[in-house]
Design a protein around this ligand. Structure first.
Ligand code: GRF
Length: 204
């Protein structure tokens, strides 16, 4: 059984989808804790499922590195096999990434490397993209630059607003995240192998 810590910043619908999935005895993963950088609405989902949560607010620390160290300590307390960033809206400091990657993944609402960053849906619309989508990837030191595990395409439809497109993406995203975590748990996706093969193709 794969143990997971999920990190969130917002409403936590992706977290909720994972929590729902883990209620099925046949699902091969369990969420042991949920962390946040803020008093996120989504923490209510953790509470509803009796899953412990913690909040580490950056403004309580002298530096981003100190914040990251505390966040890391809180995460490691649960000895998770995997850490899932599901709408966690902060860039993770290098020491945090080094300690956990490649067992550290993120879901991003665009087809990376297109539209990285915090406004992926808005940026895709502004660029006039006819399609966008979801990427689940390993987190590395960059912003949405780590090796891709899986992607799914979502069409951009005439008249789409940012909200409408975002909701269409999130419906696909929740399903993809649940499936990807399952595939990691069963070994169908091997994070170490993907991480190492990516290193060997990008290192001179
Ligand atoms: C997701 O689309 C995620 O990819 C993006 O923010 C959204 C979070 O949604 N970074 P939720 O909090 O899981 O509902």
């Amino acid at each position: 059984m794969l143990s997971i810590v999920v990190l969130i910043s917002g409403g936590g619908s992706n977290l909720r989808a994972l929590l729902d999935a883990t209620s099925d005895d046949d699902y091969p993963a369990r969420i042991v804790a949920v962390g946040s950088d803020t008093d996120a609405d989504g923490l209510a989902h953790a509470e509803a499922f009796g899953v412990p949560s913690f909040t580490v607010v950056p403004t309580s620390f002298a530096s981003r590195a100190d914040w990251g160290d505390e966040l890391l300590q809180q995460v490691q307390q649960w000895s998770p096999d995997l850490v899932v960033c599901a709408g966690f809206m902060r860039i993770l400091p290098p020491r945090f990434v080094e300690a956990l990657s490649p067992q550290l993944i993120n879901t991003h609402p665009a087809l990376l490397p297109l539209f990285p960053g915090a406004h992926a849906v808005r940026d895709a619309l502004a660029a006039g993209a006819r399609e966008t989508g979801v990427t689940v990837h390993i987190v590395d030191e960059g912003v949405d630059t780590g090796p891709t595990l899986v992607q799914r395409v979502v069409p951009v439809l005439p008249g789409d607003t940012e909200h409408v497109l975002q909701e269409r993406i999130k419906t696909v995203e929740r399903d993809l995240l649940v499936q990807t975590v399952r595939n990691i748990a069963t070994g169908t996706i091997d994070l170490d192998t993907i991480h190492h093969s990516n290193r060997s193709t990008t290192t001179p």
